[in-house]
Design a protein around this ligand. Structure first.
Ligand code: AMP
Length: 249
Protein backbone atom coordinates (compact mmCIF):
# COMPACT_ATOMS: atom_id res chain seq x y z
CA UNK A 1 0.00 0.00 0.00
CA UNK A 2 0.94 3.59 -0.57
CA UNK A 3 1.00 6.14 2.28
CA UNK A 4 0.36 9.80 1.60
CA UNK A 5 1.90 12.25 4.06
CA UNK A 6 0.94 15.93 3.80
CA UNK A 7 3.65 18.17 5.28
CA UNK A 8 3.40 21.90 5.87
CA UNK A 9 6.22 24.45 5.96
CA UNK A 10 5.66 26.57 9.06
CA UNK A 11 7.54 29.02 11.26
CA UNK A 12 10.05 26.99 13.31
CA UNK A 13 8.68 26.07 16.73
CA UNK A 14 11.72 27.61 18.46
CA UNK A 15 11.12 31.02 16.91
CA UNK A 16 9.15 33.62 18.83
CA UNK A 17 6.63 34.96 16.29
CA UNK A 18 6.59 38.73 15.72
CA UNK A 19 3.34 40.38 14.75
CA UNK A 20 3.54 42.85 11.84
CA UNK A 21 3.17 46.49 12.88
CA UNK A 22 -0.05 46.90 10.86
CA UNK A 23 -1.65 43.87 12.59
CA UNK A 24 -2.15 42.08 9.26
CA UNK A 25 -0.33 38.91 10.30
CA UNK A 26 2.90 37.37 11.56
CA UNK A 27 6.15 38.72 10.11
CA UNK A 28 7.85 35.87 8.23
CA UNK A 29 10.70 37.90 6.70
CA UNK A 30 14.06 36.25 7.49
CA UNK A 31 12.41 33.86 9.95
CA UNK A 32 13.57 30.24 10.23
CA UNK A 33 10.96 27.90 8.74
CA UNK A 34 10.70 24.13 9.29
CA UNK A 35 8.42 21.18 8.81
CA UNK A 36 5.36 21.33 11.08
CA UNK A 37 6.35 19.15 14.10
CA UNK A 38 3.19 16.99 13.91
CA UNK A 39 3.99 16.31 10.25
CA UNK A 40 7.49 15.12 11.18
CA UNK A 41 5.74 12.63 13.45
CA UNK A 42 3.51 11.64 10.51
CA UNK A 43 6.52 11.07 8.23
CA UNK A 44 8.20 9.00 10.97
CA UNK A 45 5.07 6.88 11.43
CA UNK A 46 4.80 6.26 7.69
CA UNK A 47 8.45 5.16 7.60
CA UNK A 48 7.92 2.81 10.54
CA UNK A 49 4.89 1.27 8.79
CA UNK A 50 7.00 0.79 5.66
CA UNK A 51 9.82 -0.74 7.71
CA UNK A 52 7.29 -3.19 9.19
CA UNK A 53 6.27 -4.19 5.67
CA UNK A 54 2.84 -2.53 5.68
CA UNK A 55 3.68 0.01 2.99
CA UNK A 56 5.59 -0.06 -0.26
CA UNK A 57 5.78 3.66 -1.00
CA UNK A 58 5.59 6.95 0.92
CA UNK A 59 4.53 10.06 -0.97
CA UNK A 60 5.01 13.43 0.75
CA UNK A 61 2.88 16.35 -0.45
CA UNK A 62 3.03 20.02 0.43
CA UNK A 63 0.97 23.02 -0.56
CA UNK A 64 3.01 26.17 -0.27
CA UNK A 65 5.68 28.42 -1.74
CA UNK A 66 8.65 27.24 -3.83
CA UNK A 67 10.67 27.09 -0.60
CA UNK A 68 8.40 24.30 0.64
CA UNK A 69 10.62 22.11 -1.56
CA UNK A 70 13.08 22.23 1.36
CA UNK A 71 10.40 20.79 3.64
CA UNK A 72 9.71 18.04 1.12
CA UNK A 73 13.45 17.31 0.81
CA UNK A 74 13.51 16.87 4.59
CA UNK A 75 10.69 14.33 4.32
CA UNK A 76 12.62 12.57 1.52
CA UNK A 77 15.80 12.58 3.62
CA UNK A 78 13.90 11.02 6.52
CA UNK A 79 12.69 8.21 4.23
CA UNK A 80 9.79 9.27 1.98
CA UNK A 81 10.16 7.97 -1.59
CA UNK A 82 8.88 10.86 -3.69
CA UNK A 83 7.26 14.23 -3.26
CA UNK A 84 4.68 16.55 -4.76
CA UNK A 85 4.68 20.31 -4.27
CA UNK A 86 1.51 22.18 -5.15
CA UNK A 87 3.09 25.56 -5.48
CA UNK A 88 1.35 28.75 -4.42
CA UNK A 89 2.74 31.92 -2.88
CA UNK A 90 -0.63 32.67 -1.22
CA UNK A 91 -1.61 31.21 2.16
CA UNK A 92 -4.15 28.43 1.63
CA UNK A 93 -6.92 27.85 4.18
CA UNK A 94 -7.61 24.35 5.56
CA UNK A 95 -10.60 23.83 3.22
CA UNK A 96 -8.46 24.69 0.18
CA UNK A 97 -5.70 22.38 1.42
CA UNK A 98 -8.21 19.58 2.05
CA UNK A 99 -9.68 19.97 -1.46
CA UNK A 100 -6.20 19.77 -3.00
CA UNK A 101 -5.33 16.75 -0.85
CA UNK A 102 -8.58 15.12 -1.97
CA UNK A 103 -7.47 15.61 -5.60
CA UNK A 104 -4.07 14.07 -4.79
CA UNK A 105 -5.83 11.27 -2.90
CA UNK A 106 -7.98 10.48 -5.97
CA UNK A 107 -4.93 10.50 -8.23
CA UNK A 108 -2.57 8.52 -5.98
CA UNK A 109 -5.12 6.13 -4.39
CA UNK A 110 -3.18 5.72 -1.12
CA UNK A 111 -4.16 3.05 1.41
CA UNK A 112 -3.49 5.47 4.26
CA UNK A 113 -3.05 9.19 4.77
CA UNK A 114 -0.97 10.10 7.84
CA UNK A 115 -0.88 13.81 8.65
CA UNK A 116 -0.47 16.19 11.57
CA UNK A 117 -3.37 16.88 13.94
CA UNK A 118 -2.67 20.59 13.51
CA UNK A 119 -0.31 23.05 11.93
CA UNK A 120 1.44 25.13 14.59
CA UNK A 121 1.08 28.35 12.61
CA UNK A 122 -2.71 28.48 12.21
CA UNK A 123 -3.60 25.91 14.92
CA UNK A 124 -6.67 25.09 12.85
CA UNK A 125 -6.89 21.33 13.52
CA UNK A 126 -9.29 21.02 10.58
CA UNK A 127 -7.55 19.69 7.48
CA UNK A 128 -7.52 15.97 8.38
CA UNK A 129 -11.17 16.00 9.38
CA UNK A 130 -12.14 17.90 6.21
CA UNK A 131 -10.14 15.50 4.04
CA UNK A 132 -11.94 12.54 5.66
CA UNK A 133 -15.29 14.20 4.91
CA UNK A 134 -14.38 15.07 1.31
CA UNK A 135 -13.04 11.59 0.54
CA UNK A 136 -15.80 9.83 2.51
CA UNK A 137 -13.13 7.79 4.31
CA UNK A 138 -12.91 7.01 8.06
CA UNK A 139 -10.75 9.15 10.33
CA UNK A 140 -8.64 8.42 13.40
CA UNK A 141 -7.54 11.76 14.81
CA UNK A 142 -5.00 12.57 17.59
CA UNK A 143 -3.31 9.17 17.21
CA UNK A 144 -0.88 7.99 19.89
CA UNK A 145 -0.66 4.47 18.43
CA UNK A 146 -1.26 3.15 14.91
CA UNK A 147 -1.39 -0.53 13.98
CA UNK A 148 -2.12 -1.76 10.48
CA UNK A 149 -3.65 -5.21 10.18
CA UNK A 150 -4.60 -6.28 6.66
CA UNK A 151 -7.47 -4.13 5.43
CA UNK A 152 -7.79 -2.23 8.72
CA UNK A 153 -5.92 0.18 10.91
CA UNK A 154 -6.35 0.37 14.67
CA UNK A 155 -5.79 3.84 16.07
CA UNK A 156 -5.45 4.74 19.74
CA UNK A 157 -6.67 8.31 20.15
CA UNK A 158 -5.76 10.81 22.84
CA UNK A 159 -9.09 12.24 23.98
CA UNK A 160 -9.98 14.38 27.01
CA UNK A 161 -11.21 11.42 29.03
CA UNK A 162 -8.17 9.23 28.30
CA UNK A 163 -7.51 6.89 25.40
CA UNK A 164 -10.03 5.74 22.82
CA UNK A 165 -9.33 2.93 20.36
CA UNK A 166 -11.00 2.88 16.96
CA UNK A 167 -10.67 0.40 14.11
CA UNK A 168 -10.94 1.89 10.63
CA UNK A 169 -11.28 0.29 7.22
CA UNK A 170 -8.54 1.34 4.82
CA UNK A 171 -8.12 3.70 3.05
CA UNK A 172 -8.29 5.92 6.12
CA UNK A 173 -7.09 9.29 7.37
CA UNK A 174 -4.96 9.32 10.53
CA UNK A 175 -3.81 12.50 12.28
CA UNK A 176 -0.86 12.37 14.65
CA UNK A 177 -0.56 13.49 18.26
CA UNK A 178 2.69 14.33 20.04
CA UNK A 179 3.20 11.00 21.80
CA UNK A 180 2.90 8.78 18.70
CA UNK A 181 6.66 8.57 18.14
CA UNK A 182 9.91 10.47 18.23
CA UNK A 183 10.92 11.43 14.68
CA UNK A 184 14.37 10.43 13.48
CA UNK A 185 17.00 12.88 12.29
CA UNK A 186 17.95 12.53 8.67
CA UNK A 187 21.52 11.25 8.33
CA UNK A 188 23.97 13.08 6.06
CA UNK A 189 24.05 10.26 3.46
CA UNK A 190 20.24 10.27 3.38
CA UNK A 191 20.18 14.07 2.98
CA UNK A 192 22.46 13.63 -0.03
CA UNK A 193 20.35 10.77 -1.43
CA UNK A 194 17.18 12.84 -1.02
CA UNK A 195 18.46 15.37 -3.54
CA UNK A 196 17.96 12.87 -6.34
CA UNK A 197 14.58 11.51 -5.24
CA UNK A 198 11.65 12.59 -7.48
CA UNK A 199 9.89 15.85 -6.59
CA UNK A 200 7.24 17.17 -8.96
CA UNK A 201 5.89 20.71 -8.86
CA UNK A 202 2.26 21.32 -9.76
CA UNK A 203 -0.29 24.11 -9.43
CA UNK A 204 -3.71 24.20 -7.79
CA UNK A 205 -5.21 24.98 -11.22
CA UNK A 206 -3.84 21.66 -12.58
CA UNK A 207 -6.05 19.93 -10.00
CA UNK A 208 -8.99 22.20 -10.86
CA UNK A 209 -9.23 23.44 -7.26
CA UNK A 210 -10.20 27.00 -6.39
CA UNK A 211 -8.10 28.09 -3.39
CA UNK A 212 -9.45 31.64 -3.13
CA UNK A 213 -9.58 32.51 0.61
CA UNK A 214 -13.03 32.52 2.22
CA UNK A 215 -11.88 34.06 5.48
CA UNK A 216 -10.68 37.59 6.07
CA UNK A 217 -8.17 38.24 8.86
CA UNK A 218 -9.36 41.35 10.65
CA UNK A 219 -6.48 41.75 13.06
CA UNK A 220 -3.55 39.85 14.53
CA UNK A 221 -2.29 41.01 17.94
CA UNK A 222 0.30 39.88 20.47
CA UNK A 223 -1.17 38.14 23.53
CA UNK A 224 -1.38 40.43 26.58
CA UNK A 225 1.92 40.57 28.49
CA UNK A 226 1.72 38.38 31.59
CA UNK A 227 1.79 40.33 34.83
CA UNK A 228 4.61 39.55 37.27
CA UNK A 229 3.68 37.24 40.16
CA UNK A 230 3.80 38.09 43.88
CA UNK A 231 5.82 36.11 46.43
CA UNK A 232 4.12 35.34 49.74
CA UNK A 233 5.77 34.18 52.97
CA UNK A 234 3.06 31.92 54.33
CA UNK A 235 -0.10 30.01 53.47
CA UNK A 236 -2.11 32.48 55.61
CA UNK A 237 -0.81 35.38 53.55
CA UNK A 238 -1.62 33.47 50.34
CA UNK A 239 -5.20 32.81 51.49
CA UNK A 240 -5.72 36.41 52.55
CA UNK A 241 -4.37 37.66 49.19
CA UNK A 242 -6.65 35.26 47.31
CA UNK A 243 -9.59 36.56 49.39
CA UNK A 244 -8.68 40.16 48.62
CA UNK A 245 -8.51 39.32 44.93
CA UNK A 246 -11.87 37.56 45.16
CA UNK A 247 -10.40 34.24 43.96
CA UNK A 248 -11.69 32.44 47.10
CA UNK A 249 -14.49 33.46 49.44
P1 AMP B 1 -4.41 22.44 10.17
O1 AMP B 1 -5.79 21.90 9.92
O2 AMP B 1 -4.10 23.67 9.35
O3 AMP B 1 -4.12 22.66 11.64
O4 AMP B 1 -3.36 21.34 9.63
C1 AMP B 1 -3.47 19.97 9.96
C2 AMP B 1 -2.54 19.16 9.09
O5 AMP B 1 -2.93 19.29 7.73
C3 AMP B 1 -1.08 19.55 9.11
O6 AMP B 1 -0.39 18.97 10.22
C4 AMP B 1 -0.58 18.98 7.77
O7 AMP B 1 -0.37 17.58 7.86
C5 AMP B 1 -1.80 19.22 6.87
N1 AMP B 1 -1.65 20.51 6.17
C6 AMP B 1 -2.19 21.71 6.50
N2 AMP B 1 -1.80 22.66 5.64
C7 AMP B 1 -0.97 22.06 4.75
C8 AMP B 1 -0.23 22.49 3.60
N3 AMP B 1 -0.25 23.77 3.21
N4 AMP B 1 0.50 21.58 2.93
C9 AMP B 1 0.53 20.28 3.32
N5 AMP B 1 -0.15 19.80 4.38
C10 AMP B 1 -0.89 20.67 5.08
Amino acid sequence: MKILVPVKRVIDYNVRPRVKADGSGVDLANVKMSMNPFDEIAVEEAIRLKEKGHASEIVAVSIGPAKAQETLRTALAMGADRAILIETEEAVEPLGVAKLLKAVFDEEQPGLVVMGKQAIDDDSNQTGQMLAALTGRPQGTFASKVEVDGERVTVTREVDAGLETVRLTLPAIVTTDLRLNEPRYASLPNIMKAKSKPLVVKSAAEYGVDITPRLKVLNVAEPPVRQAGVKVDSVDELVSKLKTLGVVA
